[in-house]
Ligand binder design. Sequence first.
Ligand SMILES: Cc1cc2nc3c(=O)[nH]c(=O)nc-3n(C[C@H](O)[C@H](O)[C@H](O)COP(=O)(O)OP(=O)(O)OC[C@H]3O[C@@H](n4cnc5c(N)ncnc54)[C@H](O)[C@@H]3O)c2cc1C
Length: 432
Amino acid sequence: MTDKKINKIRRRVITGLGAVAASSLLPRRLSAQRSNDTDVLIIGGGIAGSSTAFHLAEQGRDVILLERGDIASEASGQNMGGLGGSGWGNNPDLLSYLTAGSVEIFKRMQIDMDYDIEFRLSGTLTAIHSDAQYEFYQDDVASQRNNGYEIELLSAREARAIEPEANGALPGYMYRPQRGQADPVKTTRAFAHAAQIAGATVNTGQNVVSITPMSAGGYLIQTESTEFRCQTLVLATGAWCGPVGEMLGLRIPIVPVRGQMWATESLPMRIMHTIGSTISSYAWSKDNGSDNVTPPNLTHKNGRRNTRHLYGRQSKNGEIIFGGDRESLGYNTTPNPAGIEVNRDHAAEVIPLVASLPIARTWAGLMPFSLDGAPVIGKIPIRDNLFIVSGMASSGFGRGPMAGKLAADYIHSGNMTHVLAESDPARCVTEK
Ligand SMILES: Cc1cc2nc3c(=O)[nH]c(=O)nc-3n(C[C@H](O)[C@H](O)[C@H](O)COP(=O)(O)OP(=O)(O)OC[C@H]3O[C@@H](n4cnc5c(N)ncnc54)[C@H](O)[C@@H]3O)c2cc1C
């Protein structure tokens, strides 16, 4: 029996079964029988690659995903777990699709497919720290509401009614009910698992070292140990899109930006929402700091801090986690304790209880920032059958599920949906 037939049968077997239950029914040897030739090969086992693999396999395509470490071993497993946006709005654009569309996919994974990804549409409270910010966001909220987005301006008193630990001395808060949270590692692994259940092969420990276009079409992908062949290639390599693009002679303007986080010990549930602050978005609305080698909306430039950024939540295991700094330092993933202290003070201005809680651990990861700040999702036209799903910067966990679905739909149908015009790689991917 051919691999294709085996996969068709496998897909028929799992229809109607919960994903986890179905996995235990699958004979392991089916995976082992697969060859290294495939229709679509995806490089990168973060949320972008895993979601693309799931949505393609679900549509019946033969898929191999290659990941050099484990699934979720980079940014997709290290992030804060914040997701969502302000709903679809009256005229959904790419941002609406990526945020609200992903929320629907998170719900599907947790509620319909029975994966415990700790998803919760908790809503987000974003603290406003000054009268100038309050005035600015009053207009911004009014304009967003006129466009059909779900966002409210709350007084500190109203905010404390839904988040008792919020600082009541601040001028106000923005509230977005369509934002939420989920566990990053569990979620990303759920997508990779669901992809396997739908027939994809997921190979971890496969570091891609070279990519060669084949004369008959398609690509030869060489890892440190194995050779693979595919008709269509998808780059979902996050902050490593630059070096992987170079293997194809391409310049992909996505750079690594270090984000760092810290966590307290576990404590009983005290914080209900995800938490943020308007300080950074207000500063970036005046000057986003970008130039032709620096992406917009970083907290630091040339080693100097320009603003403070904040995001955090209390995860299901009881840890309170916060982070925020965004620094362009190449592939450096060592946390900077001074930056963590600034972030902790910032968090304490919004949630005063954290001032008395010791930091139990810190970590850092690399976010894929495109130089123009927009996602890079779609077909790279200067090579045949080459796609990319990346550039989702500091929001790729929450937006990755829908980014993967949009990419999968594009690859499967051959047609680009209109919203992907905003993320078209043709605007920025060039010959090296
Ligand atoms: C500290 C921090 C906090 C964040 N908080 C949030 C948040 O709250 N909400 C949110 O939405 N986003 C957040 N983000 C951003 C989010 O994590 C990223 O945008 C997202 O995870 C990017 O996903 P990805 O799949 O594109 O990249 P990654 O998760 O980095 O995956 C890319 C994968 O490609 C693999 N790879 C690279 N090169 C090769 C190769 N040669 N061969 C094989 N495999 C290769 C890597 O090993 C990696 O696993 C945060 C990020 C950080 C670092």
